[in-house]
Design a binder for this molecule. Structure first.
Ligand code: SF4
Ligand code: F3S
Length: 104
């Protein structure tokens, strides 16, 4: 499965949802997550994300985000259509440590 990481926070470009063949993205206020039981591991979303927030769960950096994706995919609503990125998405692209203050 693939996971969405911190790089999505405050960006939410949503290019990912347009290409996912199984519509397994779920939307929080400031980031998206992937439902691990629904993702078919196709990988097409990975190159679509401008800040490269989507990585395979086999990536060492994915470890801390697996639990978060699993948990919030059950709580947040499904998102299947692209929408406008967050207002200051470009200025948040690449900013580090967004999770502590801006996760939701
Ligand atoms: Fe969807 Fe494929 Fe990305 Fe999984 S890897 S979230 S199935 S586009
Ligand atoms: Fe987030 Fe990237 Fe999708 S910023 S909304 S994971 S395209």
């Amino acid at each position: 499965t693939y996971v969405v990481t911190e790089d999505c926070i405050k960006c939410k470009y949503t290019d990912c949802v347009e290409v996912c063949p199984v519509d397994c993205f779920y939307e929080g206020e400031n980031m998206l997550v992937i439902h691990p039981d629904e993702c078919i591991d196709c990988g097409v979303c990975e190159p679509e994300c401008p800040p490269e927030a989507i990585i395979p769960d086999t990536d060492p950096e994915a470890e801390q985000w697996i639990e978060l994706n699993t948990k919030y995919a059950e709580l947040w609503p499904n998102i299947t259509r692209k929408k406008d990125a967050m207002p200051e998405a470009d200025s948040w692209d690449g900013v580090e440590n967004k999770y502590e203050e801006h996760f939701s």
